[in-house]
Design a protein around this ligand. Structure first.
Ligand code: MG
Length: 281
């Protein structure tokens, strides 16, 4: 993976919204990020089998994403209530599970673990904010023991709030998985301006597109096929080059209920990104 910007795709085994591994292979994609499989699959044997499949397909695993039972992205308030490590009722169990996911990623030889932390409270003096800082430190320290970095998915915070949070956590293995579409979906700011701000922390990215909602921050924008939304992928790639990002371009298209369309649109996205890469050399 020495060349700049190897194409990637977000993939799933038995959990999450990614494409099946076979689809990644059929599309000729050289890297994947993996949504962590369910607990029963996170064993040493399954890890070894999975690594053999990856090797057979010539695919490199670049990150393992944590996700949890009970999370719902139905609308913005439901997301705030159910997603990540912010909701207090599920935090202890999910923290334990996130550490297990880090351990599973280590079995896969993967140096990056990532997640949606949830809606971090805006008020840095609030008790809940301090709790989220504390739990993020705990996960970072566990990842450190496994030789891993932790990447926070963007979207639920503005760039400024995210920078403040990372600075408050004070862990040098905490970075960002930048998703430009999420900034639009959640209405948390212009993604290109955000990318300039958080650039030094960006260690992995998603290539996903979306259109702004009518009431940004209150109602979802709409996720669309790459190239049809408001991200502006040529500007996005130019900005990635400018901030010095050379890692994978991981395509994410979250319509697993329509796998035929998902594969077609991911395939189209691969073509678009290859064209832009060639143009920007
Ligand atoms: Mg994403």
């Amino acid at each position: 993976m020495s060349a700049r910007w190897p194409i990637g795709v977000f993939a799933s085994l038995d959990a999450g919204l990614g494409v099946k591994l076979e689809v990644a292979h059929e599309l000729g994609v050289p890297t994947i990020q993996l949504h962590a499989p369910s607990q029963g699959v996170r064993t040493r044997e399954q890890a070894e089998q999975f690594l053999m499949r990856l090797a057979g397909m010539g695919i490199t695993l670049t990150a393992v994403f944590g996700g949890f039972e009970g999370e719902s992205y139905a609308d913005i308030p439901t997301t705030a209530k159910t997603v990540g490590l912010v909701p207090p009722e599920t935090r202890a169990a999910r923290t334990k599970e996130m550490k297990e996911i880090s351990d599973f990623a280590k079995l896969l030889g993967c140096p990056v673990v990532a997640l949606h932390l949830g809606f971090i409270p805006h008020d840095a003096a609030a008790g809940l904010y301090k709790e989220v800082v504390a739990v993020t430190r705990e996960i970072c320290d566990h990842c450190r023991g496994n030789g891993q970095n932790l990447h926070l998915e963007t979207g639920q915070e503005t760039a400024d709030d995210l920078l403040q949070f990372i600075s408050d956590v004070r862990r040098d293995n905490l970075f960002i998985n930048f998703d430009p579409a999420n900034m639009i979906l959640y209405g948390t700011g212009n993604p290109i301006q955000a990318l300039w701000k958080v650039g030094p922390y960006v260690r992995s990215i998603h290539c996903k597109d979306a259109r702004w909602g009518a009431n940004p921050g209150k109602e979802w924008g709409q996720e669309v096929a790459l190239g049809e939304g408001d991200v502006g992928f040529e500007t996005y790639l130019r900005t990635l080059a400018a901030i010095g990002y050379s890692g994978p371009l991981t395509i994410e298209r979250e319509i697993p209920q329509d796998p035929v369309r998902q594969k077609a649109e991911v395939g189209h996205a691969v073509g678009l990104l290859e064209e832009l890469k060639a143009k920007l050399v």
